[in-house]
Ligand binder design. Structure first.
Ligand SMILES: [Fe+2]
Ligand SMILES: [Fe+2]
Length: 357
């Protein structure tokens, strides 16, 4: 019996599908990414040790960074409530990775259709396969946790807008720079700090692929934006600003100190330990007014500062006009590409990631 297709959600896309009959390789760097991708394929069934146990009583994720744990309302929880809260919070976050990976699977397939170069199509096909593998591993892991949360509305909105964009450059910005900027930072920090060997093994393999996905933005999107008519460039820059804004609003601003968008999944997490969401928000506001901020321990990546904003600036997706929009939205335009470059491109990224942990 197949799945109930009525449950599948259908979107319509204005994207152009593009043939390319010139098979010459002009973009050597892009073709190199394709070659590396072919050589670096791994198998989620063969190369991950699924017999490794998960101990739900231990924190799966690094909690030192979670501003939540410093809130009085959370600190008042009993030990067993803390464990319950921890398990549901981890499941909520990992579920977003799972759904986000499905989004990435579809955006990279869309890139395969829409990019105008033969090398670009080859590369995007490998990213599609990479993302399929990522969906597979997170689905298997979450199945072991036995708690799955639905996709957060803000993430769904951001991926839907990206999937329904009218130009492939917007897809690459929305997914490869904004959504993957957040995910890459989270994966990197999770890989360093998790106490779960299985999660570390999965994330190490995923990160190896992601380093190519980040590099794609640099080697291809920048050139495409440079070639655009100024009006089209502004249009793309507007899209980039709006995507970052959705992400920032959802995260309580780049430093995580502001109010976050309502997330029914998170309300559900609170419900599991009997916390009233209204009281939670009151507590968060009071703590934030008292100076509580998201901490980034040394060696950890700050997604907005280290990945997302420098990637957008580097390819020319932030213009003089949108700089003002970012300023109004209180989102700093960080442009230091050091961390971004250290995570980029399979060969070098692997060693540097290993050294950093
Ligand atoms: Fe992925
Ligand atoms: Fe990716």
């Amino acid at each position: 019996m197949s799945k109930n297709w009525e449950n599948a959600e259908v979107l319509r896309s204005p994207m152009e599908v593009c043939w390319q009959f010139d098979y010459d390789i002009d973009l050597e760097k892009l073709h190199n990414l394709y070659s590396k991708a072919k050589q670096s394929q791994w198998d989620a069934e063969r190369d991950i040790d699924w017999s490794l146990p998960i101990d739900p009583s231990k924190p799966l994720l690094d909690e030192s960074q979670f501003v939540l744990n410093e809130l009085p309302i959370i600190q008042r929880l009993s030990d067993s409530q803390r464990e319950e809260f921890r398990a549901h919070l981890s499941a909520h976050l990992l579920s977003q990775f799972l759904h986000g990976e499905q989004g990435a699977l579809m955006t990279s397939a869309a890139l395969t259709h829409a990019v105008p170069d033969y090398e670009g199509k080859l590369y995007a096909a490998t990213q599609t396969m990479d993302e399929a593998r990522h969906v597979e591993v997170y689905e298997k892991y979450i199945r072991k946790l036995a708690i799955v949360y639905p996709i957060s509305p803000w993430l769904k909105e951001l991926i839907d807008v990206t999937l329904q964009a009218d130009h492939w450059v917007k897809i690459a910005i929305g997914m490869n720079m904004v959504v993957e900027g957040l995910a890459l930072g989270a994966f990197h920090n999770m890989r360093r700090s998790t106490t779960c060997d299985l999660l570390r093994q999965i994330t190490t393999s995923v990160l190896r692929d992601e380093s190519r996905h980040v590099a794609f933005g640099n080697v291809y999107v920048g050139e495409a934006i440079r070639r655009m008519h100024a009006d089209d460039r502004e249009n793309v820059a507007q899209f980039a600003f709006e995507a970052v804004k959705v992400m920032s609003d959802a995260q309580g601003g780049p430093d995580g100190s502001g109010p976050r968008k309502h997330d029914p999944g998170f309300v559900n997490v609170l419900g599991h330990v009997g916390i009233d969401p209204v009281e939670f928000v009151r507590d968060l506001k009071a703590s934030s007014a008292a100076g509580l901020r998201e901490k980034v321990p040394p060696g950890q990546i700050h997604s907005f500062r280290d990945l997302m904003m420098p990637a957008l600036v580097r390819v020319g997706a932030v213009t003089e006009r949108t700089r003002e929009l970012f300023a109004e939205a209180k989102i700093p335009i960080w442009d230091d590409t050091t961390t971004l470059e250290s995570l980029e491109d399979a060969g070098s990224a692997d060693t540097r990631l290993a050294e950093a942990s």
